[in-house]
Design a protein around this ligand. Structure first.
Ligand SMILES: *Cc1c(COP(=O)(O)O)cnc(C)c1O
Length: 368
């Protein structure tokens, strides 16, 4: 079924097909199976529910997927494969827990970290000559920088250097890093793929069989395998990813334009806006611009906090990618103190766009 559109694949994939079987793969809640030996233990071989989620994600990303208990378990599974003394290249400002993981390993002397501006394509291409792992994140959290993934992922590199892309903000409907030449596509499925803020999950997708086996074996040892219920909910959430992304991205584009024109808002960072510094790069390869943006409320950090609290329809909460809109003042998050004090990260959901706009407008007016 290679010819299906990804939106159809999401709905079609992973269903039992035998006569009398249920239409949905059930949540198989079992740690072990009636088979001999140490095999067929859910941390190792997984459950039928997990395997169905992995098949769905593999088709979506264009490779073979491994599902994890969280996005960070997936990230750690990649980082912890680096031999001692490796060179790890990160964006200036990666997802904060990724940064924490990198700093811990750096302190322990496991690897050396080089940090680069995601928008500086040549610097990444240069670094590929000496790195062991390029870890890209695009669009990036929460400044919304977009890396030129097709250029960076296909550039010549030192033998053995892996290129991985944290594609959480985009989803495979917007970009497919493996097609550009990346070795690993990573997702926090907690976000858009699950889509309902009711689960934690992570995914790695790869094409190379020996890399797959290496990551699989490390997951068995480190114990980051996804749970049965989370795998079930991830599939259920992913079924509607196409619909949700279409609606949320359309909402995001309209709201970004209106926020940009609003006198009580300073900078709006959304790759879909012509004013965004990486707009041309984003438009050159992304299929849409995602549904996350950040913007600066005019005035002080206190005003930005009051603004987020004054919203009634948009939830003042962390995380992103839910069917419900969320926003938060990012500088309040531990590890994000260096963010602009007035920066609001806004994950646009699937509500009616006019309800979202009225809510933003009234919260700006109430705190002006
Ligand atoms: C949330 C997130 C992660 C971490 O995923 P968890 O599921 O929270 O462990 C990593 N990268 C990005 C870009 C994220 O948004």
């Amino acid at each position: 079924m290679d010819d299906l559109d990804l939106s159809t694949w999401l709905i079609w994939s992973g269903r039992p097909t035998e006569l009398g079987e249920p239409l949905n793969v059930p949540p198989v809640l079992a740690s072990n199976f009636r088979l001999p030996g140490d095999r067929y233990y859910s941390r190792s071989e997984g459950t039928p529910t997990q395997n169905a989620f992995e098949d769905l994600m593999g088709g979506l990303d264009g490779g073979r997927s491994l599902a994890f208990a969280t996005g960070m378990a997936a990230v750690a599974c990649v980082f912890h494969g680096l031999p001692v003394g490796s060179k790890l290249v990160l964006p200036d400002d990666p997802y904060h827990a990724v940064n924490g993981l990198a700093e811990e390993g750096e302190k322990q002397g496991r690897w050396e970290v080089q940090r680069l501006d995601l928008g500086d394509t040549d610097a990444w291409i240069d670094a590929a000559q000496s790195a062991d792992l390029l870890w890209l994140e695009s669009p990036a959290n929460p400044l919304m920088t977009v890396a030129d993934l097709p250029k960076i992922c296909s550039a010549p590199r030192k033998p053995g250097c892996l290129v991985a892309v944290d594609s959480t903000f985009a989803t495979p409907l917007v970009q497919r890093p493996l097609e550009y030449g990346a070795d690993i596509s990573m997702h926090s499925a907690t976000k858009f793929i699950g889509g309902h803020s009711d689960l934690m999950a992570g995914v790695l997708t790869v094409r190379d069989d020996s890399l797959y086996q290496e990551l699989y074996d490390r997951r068995v040892r480190n114990g980051g395998t996804i749970g049965g219920m989370e795998a079930f909910l991830s599939i259920r959430g992913a079924r509607t990813l196409g619909l949700r992304m279409e609606k949320a991205m359309a909402n995001a584009m309209i709201l970004a334009e209106r926020l940009e024109a609003h006198p009580e808002v300073d900078t709006v960072r959304y790759p879909g806006l012509a004013s965004h510094e990486n707009h041309a790069v984003a438009a050159s390869f992304m299929n849409g611009f995602g549904a996350v943006m950040s913007f600066d409320v005019a005035g002080t950090g206190e005003r930005a906090s009051a603004f987020a609290e004054a919203a009634n329809v948009i939830n003042n909460a962390t995380s992103l990618g839910g069917i419900e809109s969320t926003m938060e003042r990012r500088a309040l998050i531990p590890g994000q103190e260096t963010m602009p004090a007035t920066l609001i990260r806004f994950s646009v959901g699937c509500e009616h766009v006019e309800d979202l706009w009225r809510d933003l407008d009234q919260a700006l007016a109430a705190t002006a």
